[in-house]
Design a protein around this ligand. Structure first.
Ligand code: HEM
Length: 499
């Protein structure tokens, strides 16, 4: 018996000593930690980071140029300040990649699909034809936004009565329609079942990602196999997408350049890209599903945040309406008109500055040992990122950074005559809501136009406010993802007196 106790004691002693030695000789040891870094105690830090990333990152940002935070299965190194964001951006892809960082943090293989990782044809399709054709598809987006709003919200409103609307869910419905008008066209973009599949997929990715973040690294491939949602979404989505893709491929083969009424939409650009790269129908349909994930979750969250700001401060509505009405009367519902709406653009950019979709961005995973400019050594295989929300609340970057000042960027544009530098789509080391550099969000040009059309529609058709003048709800977070609360905003038909 004594022997058994001694053996158990010896095993425990070896395990503890090994853990301490690994901790002490970890190449990241000398990087300051927010929270405890000692073995097991680091889980306390991980818990705090999971529940309250903003506070943890803000604390690190205030104290250190470079620090680390614990997740359950890894350390994430965070850099502070605009200069360091820029330094991250400049690290060449041969030394640190965005895609492996995303694979690590989103667990893309299990939450999206293998082809999203191995054959990401959606990225050139978004960067190239989608962005180049924004003016061409703009009319379709406007048409779909009009139809979707009047069916989703307009039909519920009576005379001058205020009606509660669950903004996050309604915006997801409208965004899925408007985006799919461009992704797959009519009539599929209005098919309830298809839209439900792509929206559910979007929410399931976040769920799967969270479950996998709780699993130890060595178990992820095993746990990942039991996460059913992505595979199910691909199967269900394929019922609609596969026949369309195959029919288009058939016509391409038969008619080639003679196909005069060849559709000019995202599905066609994905098919063209796949044919260039020799990829299959499965890769095309998975790419369309992944694009839905990239577009719906992000854009619904962004417009919800903007509407929460507007509902909290409805006094801004008239100033915005004035701009929308005057620009639209001169330029119509065009992409040119959207570019002229400086106040609305500024409102959206400011909303995203304070309430972006993520507390970290410009994320990279080092492929080689890397030494940062201050001499900090980052071993290969480490995830490194900029603290986006802390950067956005840094007084060196913004005057009164804690205050929501909706027209700050419009004023900055007027003051320095730079019409591009402060617009919503523009990234900089100080503004990283879409990331920054080579891997900054390629869909932001599409998203910004779509969101501005939606905001302009809301301003012209509805009054909105929170019940009893309540303030906007606080965000919660899951690790570094910002999660807007699911609250109702009161809508009513716009009243003439408010015009
Ligand atoms: C307001 C809406 C959106 C926001 C806030 C947003 C934000 C982001 C952010 C923060 C990143 C990571 C950048 C980094 O960490 O360096 C990203 C990447 C990406 N986004 Fe967006 N996004 C939005 C809309 C869209 C849309 C509509 C699409 C597609 C049409 C899209 C497609 C992508 C893709 C494909 C990537 C990965 C880029 C790469 O692999 O190089 N996003 N986005």
């Amino acid at each position: 018996m004594a022997n058994a106790v001694e053996i158990a004691g010896a095993i425990i002693g070896v395990v503890v000593l090994t853990a301490i030695a690994r901790w002490r000789f970890d190449p990241l040891y000398s990087i300051p930690t927010i929270g405890p870094s000692f073995p097991l105690l680091s889980y306390i830090g991980a818990y705090r980071y999971c529940k309250n990333a903003r506070e943890v990152l803000q604390e690190g940002y205030a104290k250190h140029k470079i620090f680390k935070v614990a997740m359950l299965d890894q350390w994430v190194v965070i850099v502070s300040g605009a200069e360091m964001n820029d330094e991250l951006r400049k690290i060449p892809d041969s030394h640190a990649t965005f895609h492996e960082a995303a694979e690590e943090l989103v667990q893309t293989r299990y939450t999206l699909s293998d082809s999203a990782v191995d054959h990401p044809i959606h990225i050139p399709a978004i960067r190239g034809p989608l962005t180049k054709n924004l003016a061409v598809v703009f009319g379709d987006v406007v048409d779909e936004v009009n139809a979707a709003f009047s069916e989703t919200i307009g039909s519920k409103l009576k005379d001058d009565e205020w009606t509660g609307v669950n903004v996050l869910m309604s915006m997801a419905v409208i965004i899925s329609r408007a985006s799919n008008r461009v992704f797959v066209g009519l009539p599929l973009c209005r098919n309830e079942d298809y839209l439900h599949i792509v929206r559910q997929f979007t929410f399931d990715v976040s769920k799967g990602r969270f479950i996998l973040s709780l699993s130890p690294r060595f178990l992820k491939p095993f746990v990942g196999r039991f996460i059913p949602w992505a595979r199910r979404a691909m199967r269900n989505g394929s019922v609609y997408l596969r026949p369309m893709i195959e029919e288009r491929q058939r016509k391409l083969k038969e008619m080639g350049d003679e196909w005069t009424d060849k559709p000019n939409d995202y599905m066609m650009w994905m098919i063209d890209e796949a044919n260039r790269q020799g990829e299959s129908t499965q890769v095309i349909l998975e790419g369309i599903m992944v694009s839905n994930f990239a577009a719906i979750h992000t854009s619904s969250s962004s417009i919800t945040q903007a509407l929460y700001h507007l509902a909290e401060s409805p006094e801004y509505a008239d100033l915005l309406r004035e701009e929308v009405e005057s620009v639209v009367s001169e330029h119509g519902w065009t992409k040119v008109a959207m570019n002229k709406m400086w106040k609305l653009d500024s409102f959206m950019r400011e909303s995203q500055r304070i309430n972006g979709i993520t507390h970290i961005s410009v994320m990279r995973k080092t492929l080689q040992d890397t030494t940062l400019s201050d001499g900090t050594f980052i071993p290969a295989g480490t995830v490194v990122a900029g603290a986006s929300s802390a950067t956005h609340r840094d007084a060196r970057n913004y005057e009164n950074p804690e205050i929501f000042d909706p027209f700050r960027f419009a004023d900055m544009r007027t003051e320095d005559g730079a019409s591009i530098k402060h617009q919503f789509v523009t990234t900089s080391p100080e503004y990283v809501a879409f990331g920054h550099g080579k891997h900054a969000c390629p869909g932001r040009f599409f998203a910004v136009n779509e969101l501005k059309v939606m905001m302009a529609y809301i301003l012209l058709h509805y009054d909105i406010k929170f019940e009893d003048g309540r303030p906007r709800p606080e965000n919660s977070s899951r690790w570094h993802s910002v999660v807007p609360q699911n609250k109702e905003v009161l809508f009513r038909k716009r009243q003439v007196s408010a015009a």
